[in-house]
Design a protein around this ligand. Sequence first.
Ligand code: HEC
Length: 447
Amino acid sequence: MSSNQAVYRRQWRLLWIFVLLFCAGRQVKADDAISFATRVAPLLQQQCVTCHDAELAEAGYRLDTYKHLVRLGDGSPAVIAEKPDKSKLFQVLIHEDENSRMPSESDPLPDTSINLIRNWIQQGAAFDGASEDQLLSSLLPKTEHPQPPKNYPAAIPLSAIAFHPSQSQLLVSGYHEITIWNLKGELVNRITNQGERTYAIDIHPTLPHVLTASGTPGVTGEVRIFNLSTGALASVLATADEVIMDARYSPDGNTIAVAMPDGSTRLIDSKTGSEKRQLLGHSDQVCSVSWHADGKRLATASRDHTAKIFDCQNGLSVATFTGHTKSVNDVAFVNHDQAVSVSDDGTAQLWNADNGKRMREMARNKTPILTLSIAPEKIAVSGALETQWFKRDGRQSIKRFTDSDAWTTITVFDSSGEIFAAGTQSGEIVVRQKEQEPIRFNAIPGR
Ligand code: HEC
């Protein structure tokens, strides 16, 4: 080969390299790199992880972490970078045989989702989270919320309250935070990075985890889990385009029921964050959810004027109570087969949880009843003007009292049922303990 020819070839090679580089550069621009963490993981989490997590692992295949999802149960690759058509993870989405197509037992994914996975594999199936061992649920984008003011310029209505597991402190809804107070009314801690308003606070039955439902009315809603000891955000479990009014741990702590603004209730695995089931039937926002002690049934209250009982194992509605004429604000089981609900219609109703038939009207007021709490021996129903305590069978009134000029918006008993704390629309907390004089304080930092 003459030296001239060699130079000529080298120049051609260089030119080709330039052409290739140019095209590659353009392709990335035209077709932005798809993030696994923010786009692929949430999709797989919602659609696939229920059947392919550590517990179930259908076909021996796990999809709950990146490290797992790239390999099938037999160790062969499920994802081959840049070759979607050869990747099992993609093949199963478009399988012609309905029995082998994923997600199993449902409609195929929409084209946009199928294309997302195809393009992600085509681009190299890269991982962009912190660790390939991370559960996909922990990769959900965690919006940082604004810091709350150190001292509040004005009082805010209280909308959520819970006893600390020690029973000697109260967790209370704040503005972009949960405030923690001792029973003398001293602020002892603050958990920040929380949605604007908090509508529910629940503590895990055995772990130091705080579950919250929150949001900004008309804009956004969220369910978050925080570490109670450190205040650190652990995960974001659900989001919506309207506030989420309630979220509760099942008695064993393994499942979380989330009251969604679209009328559905979601059952979410509290460890993996994957959705186990949707409970459908309400036609408007779900305001409250409450577990049966057996962990198998769930009561729901809705703005659609009804309350329902669901069987969580098959997802079916067992009973519907239609005896209210306005939004149902709160509901709870009072014993094995009876439930109580309270409503904007001013009534508290006791009904049969197996068939939805009314058993007794416990209270009828001219103003709304907003909230109810259950203790081992009592039921408390509170609203605009007063709180009433009933015996647990709902038949006998024990006590009625008015604690404040402001409406009582939220109440809770401690685990023994001896301490009762009520929060009001003007930010005040009233703590009643046996026959002692009630303790009052403003659960508003700086006021
Ligand atoms: C309702 C439960 C369920 C859901 C949801 C589900 N799968 Fe499956 N998956 C199965 C079952 C059952 C099998 C075994 C099917 C068979 O043997 O034909 C399977 C098999 C697979 C396999 C084949 C594994 C192998 O070794 O051949 C892949 C890949 C897979 N699923 C991916 C997915 C993806 C991706 C999703 C979400 C888009 C998903 N699955 C959602 C139940 C489910």
